[in-house]
Design a protein. Structure first.
Length: 387
């Protein structure tokens, strides 16, 4: 299908050679020292012109994803960033605070790296929430900012309740539409609990875009409910689906959480996605997903953030202890035979413990991509990556 009538032409960035290399199973990935690849990530970011301080922020966000098992938003994203440098990302740009009140912040990122904009916005939100009880922020003209949960977790680390949302570039069909219009639009929330943080980070689409990339690297077929063509027919070939999605011309789209019918709850994921658009693109007066990839330079994506001090509800220790106890009750419910009941954050905590001790697993194709980028930027990866 062509671009919807009246819609602006999108500035398309197509990632080449997405089908190169053999299939690789997730369990066969080689592991790399978490601290070493985090340091290398900072040096790669600095290779594009970022300062050491800013490079370290980018590396921290990506390392958070990789060490917590959020593989779709870690180092494998650098191939995307590399393709967008100078086009959708301006590594020399400086953000600007355009609204600043006691409870709110709006930042114009001017196409600087999303991790920098996100960290600036969440830090401001946390500082204000500590004074006022709660605060909110929005960012416009930004770029992919990594895992939404990283920013929510920043608040939880300081005893606050954290939220973060972001729109994305177009990838998702609204319910019963055959024009790709929405983003994967994740919602993240983190609450300080015991024995570890309650951590919820999920796309409002049935699956994150990055999961399709991971399936392509593994040469795994997609489940029927993930990606469809404009005639609502499933696309099973993950590499074919990824190629179509990346062309931004309605050849394919992901489904909203709940699928393509009201009977299965597709209206719910669709509604959640629209709410994310409001708290990111609309309140920031930036771009909604349908316009994030248009223009020259592109409009860029938008983010939203919130922090709440539980003290505004009463005794914070009691509130958080009660929630911790409640989560334990869920964990101890009777489980389906052969299954375990997880609470959001359990898997991430276990992944962190494992990966700090045993290293971060990376696909061979991701390692090759990183080495190619390092070679071009003159960044030494000796002793850190091997392939």
């Amino acid at each position: 299908m062509s671009t919807p009538q009246g819609a602006p032409k999108m500035n398309v960035t197509v990632q080449s050679n997405i089908s190169d290399g053999p299939a690789e199973a997730a369990e066969d990935r080689h592991r790399y020292d978490a601290d070493a690849i985090k340091d290398l990530t900072s040096k790669i970011a600095q290779g594009y012109g970022l300062s050491e301080h800013d490079g370290d922020i980018v590396a921290e966000v990506l390392s958070f994803a990789d060490t917590h098992g959020i593989d779709s938003h870690g180092l494998q994203r650098f191939q995307l960033y590399d393709a967008q440098m100078g086009n959708k990302i301006d590594p020399t740009a400086k953000s600007e605070v355009v609204v600043d009140t006691t409870v709110s912040t709006v930042i114009d990122g001017h196409r600087s790296m999303g991790q920098l904009n996100g960290r600036q916005a969440m830090d401001a939100t946390i500082a204000k929430a500590k004074k006022t009880g709660m605060a909110i922020a929005a960012v416009r003209h930004s770029c992919h900012y990594g895992a939404a949960g990283y920013y929510a977790n920043l608040a939880a680390e300081q005893g606050l309740i954290g939220f973060s949302v972001t729109n994305t570039e177009p990838a998702v069909y609204p319910l019963y539409a055959n024009d790709v219009w929405l983003g994967t639009n994740p919602i993240a929330c983190a609450i300080p609990t015991q024995p570890h943080t309650f951590f919820f980070d999920a796309s409002t689409s049935v699956v994150a875009y990055g999961k399709v990339e991971l399936y392509s690297k593994q040469r795994k077929d997609l489940p029927a409910a993930w990606a469809v063509d404009p005639d609502n027919k499933p696309i099973y070939d993950s590499t074919d689906a990824l190629s179509r999605l990346m062309r931004y011309n309605n050849e394919a789209g992901l489904l909203a959480t709940g699928g393509n019918s009201e009977y299965t709850g597709g209206h719910k994921g669709y509604g959640f996605s629209v709410l994310v658009e409001f708290f990111s693109g609309i309140v920031s007066q930036g771009a909604t997903t349908d316009r994030t990839a248009v223009g020259d330079p592109v409009e860029g994506i938008s983010h939203g953030f919130m922090a709440i001090d539980p003290k505004i509800f009463g005794d914070a220790d009691t509130i958080l202890r009660n929630f911790s106890d409640y989560l334990d009750e869920i964990r101890n419910l009777h489980a389906v035979p052969g299954k375990r009941i997880y609470v959001h954050g359990d898997k991430e905590a276990e992944a962190y413990e494992d990966r700090i001790a045993n290293g971060v697993p990376l696909y061979h194709k991701t390692v090759v991509e990183l080495c190619d980028i390092c070679d071009r930027l003159g960044v030494d990866y000796t002793g850190v990556l091997d392939h």
